[in-house]
Write a protein that binds this ligand. Structure first.
Ligand code: KIV
Length: 284
């Protein structure tokens, strides 16, 4: 079972950390079976599961619901849950209550929170409640209305300095790792070299200590995901389309199901049914 210490030690040992999202039982099964280090119940479920344009509508109840399901089957990976928008923006007391609910009700190992320096005090409070925190800076999707779009962050001197400072504050607050989303590789490198905790990149280049992707995107089953940074390790969209199209064809043509794919009654019952209903159902 992957522990927080394994994740911290990975950086020291120069071993890359691999993370993927999971929101349901079978996805959890596959990522855990394949040996993913960190399984993230991300609020990207707002888009991938709920079909929303962004992550903002995701609720605490929804992340708890999905994490309970994923926990049933993730036995090896370190399970991290996103704090959804609104769950940590009111008071620190509410935030701690929400984090405790997540850990108690789902059995997850940690929470992830979006934002850097401005979350410093809050993150310290969550960690004081014995809950490990993964930070998340760069493009933080919950700030989409402030950013005005999903854009690479850190393109100006001011923003680059802010990101580096954010990472240093997250480490100081006690985060055990930091997600860097849509950060230019030069800045990810500086951050990765200047913090002792692992950086986990998404669209942030090769210098991060690990990588995270959305399961449905990296397997090519999300036709709406087409990003410069995304490598598709399978093309499940094609497989899915071919499979469903062939199923429709077979049912329409009477090719599915075949006799071999059907159940049958015993000879006595078959004879009875034939005499009673006159239906010739003799096995072919
Ligand atoms: O919600 C999510 O899936 C995430 C990852 C993409 C980092 O935050």
């Amino acid at each position: 079972m992957v522990t927080i210490n394994d994740i911290k030690n990975s950086k020291k040992n120069g071993e890359k950390i691999v993370a993927l999202t999971a929101y349901d039982f079978l996805t959890g099964y596959w990522v855990d079976k394949c040996g993913i280090d960190i399984v993230l119940v991300g609020d990207s479920l707002g888009m991938v599961i709920k079909g929303e344009e962004n992550t903002l509508s995701v609720t605490l109840e929804e992340v708890i619901y999905h994490t309970k399901i994923v926990r049933k089957v993730v036995k090896n990976g370190f399970l991290v849950v996103d704090l959804p928008f609104g769950s940590f923006h009111i008071t620190p007391e509410d935030t701690i209550k929400n984090c405790i609910r997540i850990i108690k009700e789902t059995g997850a190992n940690s929470v992830k929170i979006e934002g850097g320096k401005k979350r410093y005090e809050l993150i310290k409070r969550i960690i004081e409640s014995e809950i490990p925190v993964m930070g998340h800076i760069g493009l933080t999707p919950q700030s989409i209305n402030v950013y005005g779009g999903y854009r690479v962050q850190g393109k100006s001197i001011k923003r680059a300095e802010e990101l580096i400072e954010d990472a240093i504050y997250l480490e100081k607050a006690g985060c055990f790792s930091i997600v860097l989303e849509l950060v230019p590789k030069e800045i990810s490198k500086i951050i990765t070299e200047n913090v002792k905790i692992p950086t986990i990149g998404i669209g942030s280049g090769p210098y991060c200590d690990g990588q995270v992707l959305v399961f449905h995107d990296m397997l090519g089953m999300n036709p709406f995901a087409d990003f410069k940074f995304l490598r598709k390790y399978a093309n499940l969209s094609n497989e899915i389309e071919t499979g469903i199209t062939n199923y429709i064809k077979d049912v329409k043509n009477g090719n599915y199901p075949s006799m071999e794919e059907s159940f049958t009654v015993n000879e006595k019952l078959r004879k009875y049914l034939e005499e009673r209903y006159g239906s010739n159902t003799e096995n072919k």
